[in-house]
Design a protein around this ligand. Structure first.
Ligand SMILES: Nc1ncnc2c1ncn2[C@@H]1O[C@H](COP(=O)(O)OP(=O)(O)O)[C@@H](O)[C@H]1O
Ligand SMILES: [Mg+2]
Length: 308
């Protein structure tokens, strides 16, 4: 358990993750209050990696559910292992024969098998999916429900039920209660609005693009060979480009890609020409590249009139 929000920030930094005050506060509170965290924000700002870092910083296992359209309970919670059930009925043929004994009619045989079916619908034949694994785990875990906005509203409703009391009911086995309440992160890119009920259940965290100082720290931490000059120029240009009206603004992942590429290319300092010829490393749409290229001088000189 973290001692304070400052402790969270410090431990996360050891995992190469730079928190702003909001992030460390929400993670600290989530642990103390045993509440799930719903993290929203643009792509590439560190929502998914937050869960992994939380797990690593606490020495806990990370269990992940990647959401998509059509994801349902059987994929997230549990399935019966049909193949194993079938195999066992084959292996246990003789035993099944014994049970059926001298049944004279099919109806009688079915009734007899019916009485025995709990042998095949027991914990031996259940295949736990991530949610059930998180609930059954002997140790606390971090559960990541990634991109929950891609799942259907029915799945969200089911998830809400699980998150409200951390127990699930399997008709054949009864209610299974969590041994430990997992630390939960749900992420959303806002493909659709989450329901009020889900928001109420969770602590809410919006992660936006980082402020220059935070982005500088991330670049310095993750691109170890970069010079101070280049790091600050890269961050400065990216921050300016984020003010342009583009289809897809560059995120932290793009900043890191660009910074790494420039160090590989042995660029010591940026000039307009170098920026122009490497725009494709952080802009992913042809239209965005054209727009920035045609107006690069103005974009770069928007505040201080130079690159750094
Ligand atoms: N605050 C941060 N500190 C360090 N690295 C970060 C931070 N935020 C994002 N990153 C890096 O940016 C990349 C994208 O992060 P990711 O978690 O996949 O974003 P998202 O899930 O929001 O799309 C990863 O390589 C991650 O390590
Ligand atoms: Mg993600």
């Amino acid at each position: 358990m973290f001692k304070s929000k400052e402790d969270v920030a410090q431990e996360f930094r050891k995992q190469k993750y730079i928190c702003n005050d909001e992030i460390s506060t929400v993670i600290y509170l989530a642990e103390q209050m045993q509440k799930p965290v719903l993290v929203e924000g643009p792509a590439g700002v560190g929502k998914t990696s937050l869960a992994g870092v939380w797990a690593d910083a606490s020495g806990l296992e990370l269990i992940r559910i990647q959401c998509y359209e059509g994801l349902d309970e059987s994929k997230a919670l549990y399935e019966w292992e049909y193949a194993k059930q079938l195999l066992y009925t084959q292996i246990l043929k003789e035993k099944v024969g014994e049970v059926l004994g001298d049944c004279r009619s099919l109806k009688e045989a079915v009734e007899k098998i019916d009485k025995e079916d709990n042998a095949f619908f027991s914990e031996d034949f259940i295949l736990p999916r991530p949610l059930l694994r998180a609930i059954l785990s002997e140790k606390p875990v971090v559960l990541l429900v990634d991109e929950v906005d891609k799942s259907d509203p029915e799945f969200e409703a089911f998830l809400l039920e699980v998150l409200s009391d951390f127990q699930v009911s399997v008709p054949e086995l009864g209610t299974i209660k969590a041994r430990h309440i997992p630390r939960v992160i749900l992420t959303s890119n806002n493909a659709r609005e989450m329901t009020d009920a889900l928001k109420r259940r969770c602590l809410h965290l919006f992660i936006d693009f980082p402020v220059p100082q935070q982005e500088m720290e991330i670049v310095n931490l993750k691109v170890p060979n970069i010079t101070d000059t280049l790091a600050s120029q890269v961050v400065n240009v990216i921050q300016k480009i984020r003010k342009v009206d583009l289809k897809k603004l560059p995120s932290i992942s793009e900043t890191l890609d660009w910074a790494r590429a420039l160090t590989i290319l042995n660029v010591a300092a940026l000039d307009e020409q170098t920026v122009k010829s490497t725009l494709n490393l952080f802009l992913k749409y042809e239209g965005d590249i054209k727009k920035v290229k045609s107006n690069l001088h103005n974009v770069l000189s928007s505040t201080e009139g130079k690159l750094n």
